[in-house]
Ligand binder design. Structure first.
Ligand code: HEC
Ligand code: HEC
Length: 331
């Protein structure tokens, strides 16, 4: 057996062992409940808790990794190993390793906590195996590279690295490494979990930005600052939540319900998951009521013409919206 097979197998063994645990739990549950949905919920929880840093982890665990690309012998081909490591380094410090493509002070890891290895904080484990996929925003088939490029253009307010650029290839390598042993085309249960349930969504125009500001000052400002620019906490430094060095208005985080889903499940890092749906939406509205860079290509998004109601760049809605008036009040 070659080294490559051994390494691949070792990682797969870890995951297979976890999957066996899931099956065992599932069987126990079948014995005590007849509900199939209860079974699949339990499976989701077990799987995520086996393979990801738990959603309830607090600030002291921000630097933790379950899969450490800097460890020895992550890959038998040293060139591959160094690209995987470079991808990880880019994700944690793009200003140093990918500066030409970055237009703000955020890192991938600021939003994808624990380098994409944490539950309910936009995890990236297994993501590579879900591409290519159709996305409504683009209205065409998109690749993993398209998606990485999208986060550069929007979340990082920069430009997409060309497909054959070392920055893109290295991120590709890291994300594919995080998907080793996953089945192509299968979507792990922990993806897409940073959402506010449709029935809990409050219409954008009903969100009281002043109420959001009070909640922000109480729950978020201790780490993010009253000015939203982030305080150096030694263990980590949060990125700017608004202003010229934050995500632009075309980013996923510039959508009120989407950001609320992140805030609800990943923040505050003192006690993640403790805010109500309403509190998370009020805070999200306050954060996104501030000025931020403009995404230049927004006119080509959602070519089918149906923009999501919570996209702050939808000027048709927001020109007359209280959120925009709030942003003029507090530039
Ligand atoms: C401002 C926060 C933020 C930053 C910074 C950010 N992302 Fe994202 N990213 C998101 C959000 C939000 C989503 C999910 C959007 C959605 O649900 O449509 C996402 C989705 C993704 C996905 C697809 C995940 C999936 O479940 O399909 C990938 C891959 C990704 N980001 C990679 C990156 C990389 C690489 C970087 C750094 C170059 C980065 N992101 C920086 C917020 C961010
Ligand atoms: C105990 C400190 C702490 C508290 C309290 C806290 N955060 Fe964070 N937050 C962080 C840290 C640290 C990061 C970046 C983590 C990293 O880079 O690993 C972060 C990241 C974020 C991000 C990703 C984008 C960025 O700018 O870094 C958002 C959005 C966010 N927090 C929102 C909030 C909101 C809203 C609240 C209040 C409900 C809140 N946080 C409370 C520490 C905190």
């Amino acid at each position: 057996m070659t080294n490559m097979q051994q390494t691949g197998l070792r990682k797969m063994t870890i995951r297979k062992a976890s999957l066996h645990a899931v099956t065992a739990m599932g069987l126990t549950l079948v014995a005590c409940t007849s509900s199939e949905s209860a079974l699949s919920d339990a499976e989701t929880t077990v799987q995520a808790s086996e393979l990801l840093i738990p959603a309830a982890a607090t600030l002291e665990r921000v630097g933790e990794l379950l899969y450490d690309p800097m460890a020895d012998s992550i890959h038998p081909d040293p060139r591959m190993a160094s690209m995987i490591r470079l991808g990880f380094q880019i994700s944690q410090d793009p200003q140093t390793y990918a500066s030409e493509f970055v237009g703000n002070d955020l890192t991938c890891g600021n939003c994808h906590l624990n380098a994409g290895q944490r539950d309910r904080a936009l995890p990236l484990l297994g993501v590579a195996a879900t591409f290519p996929q159709y996305r409504r925003r683009d209205d065409r088939l998109v690749s993993l590279e398209d998606r990485i490029g999208g986060c550069f253009k929007r979340s990082m307010n920069g430009t997409a690295p060309p497909y054959d650029h070392p920055v893109m290839l290295a991120l590709d390598a890291y994300l594919n490494w995080l998907s080793e042993g996953f089945t192509m085309g299968e979507r792990p249960a922990w993806l897409g979990q940073n959402e506010i349930a449709v029935e809990a969504r409050i219409p954008i125009e009903e969100l009281d930005v002043n109420g959001g500001e009070e909640l922000y000052n109480l729950h978020c400002a201790p780490c993010h600052g009253l000015d939203g620019q982030g305080i150096d906490l030694i263990l980590a430094k949060p990125g700017p939540l608004w202003g010229p060095l934050s995500w632009n208005d075309g980013a996923g985080a510039a959508r009120i319900w989407k950001l609320a889903g992140y805030i609800k499940h990943a923040m505050p890092l003192t006690a993640p998951g403790t805010l109500t749906d309403e509190e998370a939406q009020l805070i999200s509205a306050y954060v996104n009521s501030h000025e931020r860079p403009e995404y230049p290509d927004k006119d080509s998004d959602f070519p089918d013409g149906t923009r999501p109601a919570d996209a702050v760049y939808d000027t048709l809605v927001f020109a007359t919206h209280p959120l925009m008036r709030a942003s003029r009040r507090q530039p």
